[in-house]
Design a protein around this ligand. Structure first.
Ligand code: AQP
Length: 345
């Protein structure tokens, strides 16, 4: 393992890859690959917990792989692959279905959000999703998982499963994986509603910035982003940690969200941003936000489009990644099978 340990993280190929996925996850993946042995997965098994058109699923799988590459993940250094191609994930998930408890899954807020009122009609896969996520991570005995804030609860469940497995079988086998919730944009909010997270499944295109938006789309979306009549908050809106106070966040969620996005894209602190733009009308600040978004996201979108037109290259990266991932996960699965008592004649 390289220096600090081994990381695993995944993104679902469910289309509409957005700025939240980039700032909360993919951007960190790029930085972490220098210090950790990194395994980055396009989690297609997770995607089918809700209906996916097969043709679209294939295209979306390539889209995420292209985003990983375009953002700067080096496939010769890190592993990039799609989950279904390494059977250890599904195998270990079944074992974890038998370790994990119904009571634990019943507490998962993501299932409640995603199943909504139509709970009886949700797939059993959607319900058991966190067990598969634990298998994804523990099939590699990953020490750390970089994720956005929304995945923290699932990570805690992964630790519970690891601990129960170790206790049940009297072994010290699985590590207690730590989340890495990094950066200033661990929870990017919708451009239409600052109390809802930016999400792939929001029906409004104007709620999110897509990684493949061109300059015109970026400008339009930022211009239409909801704000309030007040100017950009100034230094008085900061607490003693030099972050926006909880009161201002609660009163002006959309304004605070745009400041967060700007600061992260511009690689500067909240304090630097409010010092520079505090008191100015939002129309001016939105121009600056558009410029930095075009500068930072434009090249990634262009490279993604180029890669998506080169299916052969993307598929070759995924195939090579799956072989390297399987070489790590298969021996771990075999050891787990021995611990559980499965005969391997
Ligand atoms: N709004 C967000 N802010 C910060 N990080 C985010 N992530 C997702 N949304 C935000 C992080 O992106 C990674 C990949 O997410 P995913 O595609 O596997 O699953 P998700 O969390 O279900 O993504 P979406 O976009 O929100 O999709 P839907 O609409 O289906 O729920 C994760 O590390 C996640 O934390």
């Amino acid at each position: 393992m390289t220096n600090k340990g081994r990381i695993f993280s995944g993104v679902q190929p469910t289309g509409n890859l957005h700025l939240g996925n980039y700032l909360g996850a993919i951007r960190n993946f790029v930085n972490l690959q220098h210090d950790y042995e990194a395994i980055y997965c396009v989690v297609d098994l997770h995607a089918i917990t809700v209906w996916q058109d097969p043709k679209v699923l294939r295209a979306n799988t390539r889209e995420i792989a292209a985003a990983f590459l375009a953002a700067g993940i080096d496939p010769t250094k890190s592993i990039i692959f799609n989950q279904s191609q390494v059977s250890a994930h599904a195998n270990l998930a079944w074992i974890f279905n038998c370790v994990s408890r119904l009571g634990w899954l019943n507490r998962m807020t993501q299932f409640k959000d995603k199943a909504g009122k139509n709970r009886e009609n949700a797939s059993t896969g959607l319900y058991a999703y966190p067990n598969l996520m634990a298998a994804d991570i523990l099939a590699y005995k990953a020490t750390h998982v970089p994720v956005g804030e929304d995945q923290k609860q699932h990570l805690e469940l992964t630790r519970d499963i690891a601990q129960k497995f170790n206790n049940d079988f009297g072994v010290d086998y699985f590590p207690l994986t730590e989340p890495l919730i990094l950066g200033t944009s661990t929870r990017v909010m919708s451009l239409r509603d600052g109390t809802k997270k930016m999400s792939k499944s929001d029906p409004s295109e104007y709620s999110r910035i897509s990684l493949m938006d061109g300059p015109d789309e970026l400008q339009q979306k930022v211009r239409k982003a909801k704000t309030d009549p007040l100017p950009v908050p100034d230094l008085e809106a900061l607490d003693d940690k030099r972050e926006i106070t909880a009161d201002v966040k609660a009163e002006r969620p959309e304004a605070v969200n745009l400041i967060g996005i700007f600061s992260t894209l511009a690689n500067q602190t909240t304090e630097e941003t409010v010092k520079e733009y505090g008191g100015q009308p939002f129309s001016d600040f939105k121009k600056a936000l558009t410029d930095v978004a075009v500068e930072r996201l434009g090249p990634i979108g262009t490279e993604m489009k180029r890669l998506m037109a080169d299916e052969g290259h993307v598929d070759a990266v995924l195939k090579d990644g799956a072989e390297r991932a399987a070489a790590i996960a298969e021996p771990i699965l075999n050891e787990v099978q021995d611990i559980v008592g499965f005969l391997r004649p």
